[in-house]
Design a protein around this ligand. Sequence first.
Ligand SMILES: *Cc1c(COP(=O)(O)O)cnc(C)c1O
Length: 411
Amino acid sequence: MSCTIAIALKLPIYLDHHATTPVDERVLEAMLPYFSARFGNAASRSHSFGWEAERAVERARALVAALVGAATPTEIVFTSGATEADNLAVKGVAELHRERGGHIVTTGIEHTAVLDTCRQLERQGFAVTYLPVPPTGVVDAQAVRQAITDRTLLVSVMLANGEVGSIQPIAAIGSLTRERGVLLHCDAAQGLGHVPLGVREAGVDLCSLSAHKIYGPKGVGALYVRRSHPRVVLAPQIHGGGHELGLRSGTLNVPGIVGFGRACELMAEQGREEAARLAALRDGLVETITAALEDVRINGTMQPRLPGNANLSFACVEAEALIMALKDDVALSSGSACSSQSTEPSHVLRALGLDDAAAHSSIRFGLGRFTTEEEADHVAARVIAQVQRLRRMSPLYEMYRRGSGREPTAS
Ligand SMILES: *Cc1c(COP(=O)(O)O)cnc(C)c1O
């Protein structure tokens, strides 16, 4: 039975799912009792309130462990998010294993939580290699091999990039780090549930996760820490009551953890299907825009790519001006949420070789679980209209067309 009643779109449409996602109703429902009726402290060992909270946390731990393919739930250490997990992984390895060497290998397109942590370690005397990344946005596993030295402690490469959608060859890198006896950390905050990842098979030793990128609540995440073959030992970065096997002290965020567990369970159930739907919706959006507009460049390779992600540069259009012109229709971002506070071009786009002008004319589209086809169509139509309008007003664009040997556009 088909229903053709047109339902008015609710505007603005949210297309910034790499910055954060809305909490799924089913996640919220699972969390609610743990704010009030079941408010116990999971560390209280002497009464039912504590036991109930602890049971809920352990159920969630098993669900998170299952999604990443951990060998046991004890390999999951809950944190306040992926930023803290990245800090714990990188600093935790560096601090404890310094005598074995002081070298870390990472890439130029990591999240700032990894890059800024590495810069801090450099100030403390560690050496860090930031691998260059080609315009596809995909790191070359052979470049990782060449960068590893006898002094390398850790390689840190993300699963998927939230700006340009590139997916990294983690399993290939994992077999290299295995061979060399170097630990591998993977920030999987983007791509978790959509991009296949089994930490054991991929040879990942440490893996950062975040709930709010997968329709869970903000302020909760986890670090997967391998407990066998090899057993990874870390220096804790937060000291206190000895929670989380001593790796991360602090009273557990029980409602948040319950929500994270439920979000992982939903991803395990529907993540594959959702990825296919989002990729098709995203491809349609890109095709509509590139068919209607000239001088649009797609940043990062389309295959493989994070479903739901597109990143386009519109020649001679200021991304900020375009975003403001579209703000009543669609919520978009010109870079990662962290760098959108500054006017510096995104470090990821720069690492891919974009010049200032191209980086400043780039927009990220982030489709999500609740994005509909009608919404994607509306966004495409509005983007096309606003790019045309801004270009008509731009003397630069006319020069650009002439410079490339073509007539100025009539539109
Ligand atoms: C969002 C994100 C983070 C930060 O996660 P928080 O849970 O917000 O601290 C880290 N790495 C990547 C790749 C991310 O996308």
